[in-house]
Structure formats: structure tokens, C-alpha cells
Design a binder for this molecule. Structure first.
Ligand code: PHE
Length: 357
């Protein structure tokens, strides 16, 4: 019995992990363990022998069991200590420099113009950037082979081999949303649609992706005078001035008749872009009375309804309002530029609070 005790207490002391302890427990005090086998021998003993051996075996069993649980507790403690040592963290280290996001000038300008048009009764509509050829061109009275298609520097989507349908395009303007809105809601309509558009073009005032806001008003009694008033009110509110010098130029778009382009007076002196002064003009929008064919393509009767539409360059508006001379920098993602021209994230523009606080 002394041998058994020495053997198992020694093994327990040497055990390095819980699995090993369990194997020792089974071999020593399990149902078929050595102590149980010894207990079976009690039956063959004389009553006197049994009186001595019985309690001694029970004591041995208890002793092994308590050594096992003491060792188990010690192993658990050691494992926890080890983990705490590994997961140690110096909470006194200095934090990283605060990184604060900002609102991009295009997002800011979009929020501002949305607030202004909301006051004028226009709600926001949206359409896909990957557009069908029909919505981007045909429905807007730009049939295939029309020179306007070539002028737009369109990006065409890849077409699977053998597919002879016209390819989808990256929308070259927000005007397809005119058609989608007419299809969806019928007349009357008063919507704007701000969003990204694409053309293969790149210089100081052109980037392959840029932003427009389309406007569309359709009703039974709409004239060019309404268009002019809405645009003037919008421009004054956006630039936060009482008077802005606008130039309405007769123009041509296949989807409006008559059509006008609108320029705003500005100067580009010493790399500084300023609005309302100087001898330069920057074109900011195209507009006109919606062509009857376009109204019909949208599923509305052009003999009953007419309307005006406009498409404003949002990036150009932002350049003018915030004095940013190069459009390309808008999309370079240069953090220094974003910190300089960005806006505080929680200052949402609205007309009573002020637009560009
Ligand atoms: N879609 C035209 C463009 O991108 C702008 C426009 C919109 C003109 C609506 C007239 C009416 O140049």
C-alpha cells in the first residue's frame, strides 16, 4: 500500500497537464484501477486483516483523490496566470492621433442643393449608374447614329460574344432618370436626381466620373418662365447671395426644345477661382422645355402635359462656391486636400440653419 501511495502521489506531482491527471485517476482510483483491485482482495482476508486493510485502502483512495484535485486546481491557476501574462496590455501607452473624417465638398454641395430644392417642392429620385442604351439615349430623342452619342464620349459595358443587343452604358448624364420617373409615377412630377455620371474626358474641369443633379417638372401649365425662376432662386440660395450674374445662352439638346445653357460669372486669377466677378464664365447647367417625344417615351401624353428639365454640374457648383480651382483634385483622395476642403460631419446643411456654416 505504501508502494501504491508513493507511486501515484509521485505521478500526480509530476503531471504537467489535466489530461495526464485524468489518466492517473483512471489507473489509480477508477472502477478498474489498482485501488479497486486491492479492495476486491478484502473478501479473501480474515476479518481481523480486513479491519486493518479496509480503512487503510479507503484512506489511500481519499488521499489520491485529494492530491488529484489539488493538482488540478494548481494546473488551472497556472494556465490562467500564463494567459494573463500573454494578454497583458499597457493601458498607459499614448493613444493614436485622432483621426477625424470629413464630408467631401461634393457630398456637402449635394446636401445643400437637396435642401434648397426640397424647399421649392422637389423630391429626390434615383436611377442606376449602369443604364440601358434606351434610357440613356433613345428615350431622350437621341437615336443611334445621332452625333450627340459620339460627343458624349460614352463608356460602353462589355457585351458577351454573340449578344447583339445594344450594350449597357455608364450613364453619361442623369437625364435617363427623367424617363424612369415618368414611367414610375406619371404626371404631374417635380423631382431632382443627384448622382454620378461618366464620360471619357480629363482636364482641369472634366473628370471621367462627375456628378450632376437632374431636375424635372411636368404639369399642365409649365413654361420657360418657371424654369428661369427656379434656376435663379436656386443659384441665389446655393451661393448665398442676393444677386448672381447668370448668362442664359440659347443652345441645343435633343431632349429639350427650346434649350438653354446657363453660365455663371467668375474669375480664375492667380489660381484662385472666384464667383460673381471677372471676365470669365463657367458653364454650370443645361436646361430647356422637355421635348414632346421625351414626354411620350416616358408614357405621358404630350398633348396634355409639358415641363422643363435641367442638368446641373454639382462638382462645378462646389468648385465655384468653395473656390477650388481643379476638379481632378476632387477625386485624388489626398487626405491633406480632404482635411482642408472637407466639412464637419455633424453639420448638416438646411435652409434655416444656414447652408455652409
Ligand atoms: N443632360 C444634359 C447634359 O448632360 C443636361 C441637360 C439636362 C440639358 C436636362 C437639358 C435638360 O449635358
Amino acid at each position: 500500500m505504501d508502494d501504491l501511495k508513493a507511486k501515484y502521489l509521485g505521478q500526480i506531482a509530476d503531471a504537467g497537464e489535466e489530461n495526464a491527471l485524468e489518466a492517473i485517476r483512471v489507473a489509480a482510483v477508477g472502477k478498474k484501477g489498482e485501488v479497486a483491485l486491492k479492495m476486491r482482495e478484502l473478501g479473501k482476508m480474515t476479518p481481523e486483516e480486513r479491519q486493518v486493510a479496509g480503512p487503510a485502502l479507503n484512506a489511500l483512495k481519499d488521499e489520491i483523490n485529494s492530491a488529484l484535485s489539488a493538482k488540478k486546481a494548481a494546473l488551472v491557476d497556472a494556465a490562467l496566470d500564463e494567459r494573463l501574462r500573454n494578454e497583458w496590455l499597457d493601458v498607459t501607452l499614448p493613444t493614436r492621433a485622432r483621426r477625424q473624417g470629413s464630408i467631401h465638398p461634393v457630398s456637402q454641395a449635394t446636401e445643400e442643393l437637396t435642401a434648397i430644392f426640397a424647399e421649392l417642392g422637389f423630391s429626390v429620385a434615383e436611377g442606376p449608374r449602369i443604364e440601358t442604351d434606351w434610357h440613356n439615349f433613345d428615350a431622350l430623342n437621341i437615336p443611334s447614329h445621332h452625333p450627340a452619342r459620339a460627343e458624349m464620349d460614352t463608356f460602353y459595358m462589355h457585351r458577351a460574344e454573340g449578344d447583339n443587343r445594344p450594350p449597357h452604358v455608364l450613364r453619361t448624364h442623369t437625364s435617363p432618370v427623367q424617363i424612369r420617373s415618368m414611367e414610375k409615377q406619371g404626371a404631374p412630377i417635380r423631382i431632382i436626381c443627384p448622382g454620378g455620371v461618366y464620360r471619357a474626358d480629363y482636364d482641369q474641369t472634366h473628370t471621367p466620373m462627375f456628378h450632376q443633379v437632374e431636375g424635372l417638372a411636368i404639369d399642365k401649365d409649365i413654361s420657360m418662365a418657371n424654369l428661369k425662376w427656379v434656376l435663379e432662386e436656386f443659384v441665389k440660395a446655393f451661393f448665398e447671395v442676393d444677386d448672381v450674374e447668370l448668362r442664359f445662352r440659347a443652345s441645343h439638346f435633343p431632349f429639350t426644345e427650346p434649350s438653354a445653357e446657363v453660365d455663371i460669372r467668375c474669375s480664375w486669377d492667380n489660381g484662385q477661382l472666384k464667383i460673381g466677378e471677372g471676365d470669365d464664365w463657367m458653364e454650370i447647367l443645361g436646361s430647356g422645355m422637355v421635348h414632346p417625344k421625351v414626354i411620350a417615351a416616358g408614357g405621358i401624353d404630350p398633348d396634355v402635359y409639358q415641363g422643363f428639365a435641367f442638368g446641373i454640374g454639382i462638382d462645378r457648383l462646389a468648385m465655384l462656391k468653395y473656390g477650388i480651382p481643379d476638379l481632378r483634385a476632387f477625386f485624388d483622395s489626398d487626405l491633406r486636400w480632404l482635411r482642408h476642403y472637407g466639412f464637419a460631419a455633424l453639420d448638416m446643411p438646411n435652409l434655416h440653419g444656414g447652408l455652409s456654416r
